[in-house]
Unconditional design. Structure first.
Length: 372
């Protein structure tokens, strides 16, 4: 039986989120129907409404979510009805080439993230005659969604749904950008550009990995204050000041790592990041830039002379099946601050207010709490 679900959709760029009632199909093979309790407001959904994400419109927003499995389709083995789960925005099937070689963050089952189409070529959300996909084949800005069983990670009973939602994207993406993708080591100097929902977790990861200096650049004072809570050792409003500090504190050796997590990646941020790392230094690109713009423009001589590296990081190189439970364990033991990430809670009807607050720099993370 299909059911009716209230959901926030984007019909096209620049018109914000619109609340509609959608029809939701039953789960097919290897799919489950989830009742979401909480959804995080990641900047990547904002790229959709700003026209900077290569998605199929109309689309059901939201890719950070936690809830309860309501029903399951045939052949589902990972979860059962009643299970509390986190949705990973990238599935991990365990059997494809990336999964079987330890790169679960690039699972090929995630190939329809931009269309939300299922692997059999059909959609589960419908508005009249129109098919809709959920962003990242999730759609957590809907009360209910059908998702792949490979996107489901168990959520222990003692972890609140709103905390669980954040470990579906922002937390592992930021943490993993520092710990896995960059590979921060004890004593390193790390510069992190942008301390929002993702960058705050890069700060936590860098600090936990043993960095001596965790330097944060963010134009917003509140973000800089919170970065200190998450473990930043020094904060600056602009990249130039941070650069001068790094030169001084490393006696001209420069930083070991730069991690780019601003809301929108720009040439200026990439340029600052490349200039701030020293010999053998590494720049990790996590943030997304404007659609169609080549944001990475660097002088080859600057790369060669110091043997600098620039690399992209998807989901912080995390394996959802391994890293999500591990991060929740660190939260439980008090080693990872997740409650502090949640600045404000919204009803689904207030989603556009939540994104306005994000744009105005008021939130580390906003969270939608779905009606129960
Ligand atoms: N690679 C991935 O797997 C992945 C996953 C999730 C999000 N993302 C991307 O990561 C980026 C960050 O997402 P978020 O949810 O943390 O966004 P956010 O809006 O919560 O935080 C961005 C922060 O950057 C700051 N900022 C803006 N301009 C800056 C500048 N020039 N220099 C330094 N800081 C600046 C803002 O003040 C804000 O604190 C987005 O582009 C998002 O799409 C990538
Ligand atoms: Zn995200
Ligand atoms: Zn896979």
């Amino acid at each position: 039986m299909s059911l009716t679900t209230r959901a926030a959709i984007a019909r096209q760029p620049h018109t914000g989120w619109e609340l509609v009632d959608l029809q939701l199909d039953e789960p097919k093979a290897h799919e489950v129907r989830v009742k979401f309790h909480a959804a995080g407001l990641c900047h990547s959904d904002d790229h959709i409404t700003q026209g900077d994400a290569p998605v199929r419109f109309p689309v059901v927003g939201g890719h950070e979510g936690a809830g309860v499995v309501e029903s399951v389709g045939p052949d589902v083995r990972r979860v059962k009805p009643g299970d509390r789960i986190v949705c990973s925005y990238i599935p991990a099937c365990g059997a494809c080439r990336p999964c079987s070689t330890g790169h679960q963050n690039m699972c090929v089952k995630g190939l329809n993230a931009g269309t939300g189409m299922f692997l059999d070529g059909t959609f589960r959300f419908h508005l009249g005659d129109e098919d809709l996909g959920g962003f990242c084949t999730l759609g957590t800005f809907s009360q209910y969604a059908v998702v792949s069983e490979w996107a489901c990670i168990p959520l222990p009973d003692d972890i609140p749904f709103e905390v669980g939602a954040l470990v579906g994207c922002g937390v592992p993406t930021g943490w993993g950008s520092a710990v896995h993708a960059a590979g921060v080591r004890a004593g390193d100097t790390v510069v992190i550009y942008g301390a929002g929902g993702v960058g705050s977790n890069a700060v936590q990861g860098a600090r936990y990995a043993g960095a001596k200096n965790v330097v944060v650049v963010d134009p917003v004072e509140f973000k800089r204050d919170m970065a200190k809570v998450f473990g930043a050792t020094h904060t600056f409003a602009d990249a130039r000041e941070a650069h001068d500090f790094v030169v001084e504190t490393t006696w001209g050796q420069l930083a070991d790592h730069a991690i780019c997590t601003p809301g929108v990646l720009t040439e200026e941020v990439v340029d600052s990041a490349v200039q701030v790392v020293g010999k053998g230094g590494k720049v990790t690109l996590t943030a997304v830039g404007k659609l169609g713009v080549n944001t990475v423009q660097v002088h080859a001589g600057h790369m060669i002379g110091y043997q600098r590296q620039v690399r992209g990081a998807l989901f912080g190189d995390c394996n959802p099946l391994y890293d999500v439970p591990k991060l929740l364990g660190l939260y439980r033991s008090g080693d990872l601050k997740l409650d502090e990430l949640i600045t404000r809670r919204y009803r689904l009807e207030e989603l556009n207010d939540g994104y306005r607050d994000m744009a105005e720099g008021k939130n580390i993370r906003g969270v939608v709490v779905h009606e129960s």
